[in-house]
Design a protein around this ligand. Structure first.
Ligand code: HPA
Length: 273
């Protein structure tokens, strides 16, 4: 079956479950941040396992369902749990849900993640509006024959994170009296955290934060003509900055500590989106 047909079948299944209008805003919720989906009103929850052609989520701390409903008066579709390249999915599977969101009618995508701080002026618990990214994954979801119905062969990435949405996010933070960082997200494959030397290299290359997600989804969203906003929760300082080892527990702990702030910010953003 063609990818196009798969996307359509996924979308049709989801649409059949909905009792309200289709979502125009997509949310991809990263490690420890999936809790935001619980704020969605009149939610229709669809497990990934039910949706034809959808991959399945495996990592702990990720739920694996779509939640569709109203948030701040806007109809949204949230991914509670995403697919990571390091889990062994290929780039097409990692980004399949973004294709389905587009088919559903999503025009704007808010992507969140936990990331290690490369910028030494950052602190764990900071929220960072992603200005741009560096694809350091050595792969690209658009490699292969281009499907012209989905987007152009050579998509522009000069404003991968929409300027207006970034401004809107900054204004939302200011409204809440919340100080936020801005910076460049580096996407690594993982699953290892970086070595201290790799972090030094990424800093030299212009990175402010590093994580193991987001870049593939953002590439496909741009290909599909979806406007993207990205927010990282700096869950830890990247390797070599502090004299302590990194752990997934620390990542989860920090994101839980700041999740009220994060939820507030995302809700404020969606309200003005
Ligand atoms: N490196 C890569 N990915 C991450 C990190 C990190 O330090 N923290 C959370 N995700």
């Amino acid at each position: 079956m063609s990818v196009l047909k798969q996307i359509q079948e996924s979308e049709q299944y989801i649409t059949q479950q909905l009792n309200a209008s289709k979502p125009t805003i997509g949310l991809i919720l990263g490690s420890g941040l999936g809790i935001l989906a619980e704020e969605i009103e009149n939610p229709v929850t669809i497990s990934y396992s039910e949706i034809p052609h959808f991959p399945q989520s495996t990592v702990s701390g990720h739920k694996g369902q779509l939640v569709v409903g109203k948030l701040q008066g806007k109809q949204v579709v949230a991914m509670q749990g995403r697919f990571h390249y390091y889990e062994g999915y290929d780039m097409q599977h990692v980004t399949f849900p973004v294709r389905v969101m587009k088919q559903l009618g999503v025009e704007k995508l808010l992507v969140t993640n936990a990331a290690g701080g490369i910028n030494e002026s950052f602190d764990p618990g900071d929220l960072m509006i992603i200005q741009d990214h560096i694809n350091n994954m050595g792969d690209n979801p658009l490699i292969g024959k281009n499907i012209d119905e989905l987007g152009p062969r050579f998509p522009d990435m000069s404003e991968a994170y929409d300027r207006e949405l970034r401004k809107l996010a900054e204004a939302a933070a200011a409204d809440l009296n919340l100080s936020v960082r801005k910076g460049v997200y580096v996407g690594n494959t993982g699953p290892t955290y970086e070595t201290a030397s790799e972090v030094k290299m990424l800093r030299t290359l212009g990175g402010d934060a590093v994580g193991m997600s987001t870049v593939p989804e953002v590439i496909v969203a741009n290909h599909a003509g979806i406007d993207v906003l990205g927010i990282s929760c700096i869950s830890n300082m990247a390797a070599g900055i502090l004299d302590q080892p990194l752990s997934h527990d620390e990542v989860i702990e920090t994101t839980e500590k700041v999740r009220q702030q994060f939820i507030q910010l995302v809700k404020q953003i969606i309200q003005t989106m």
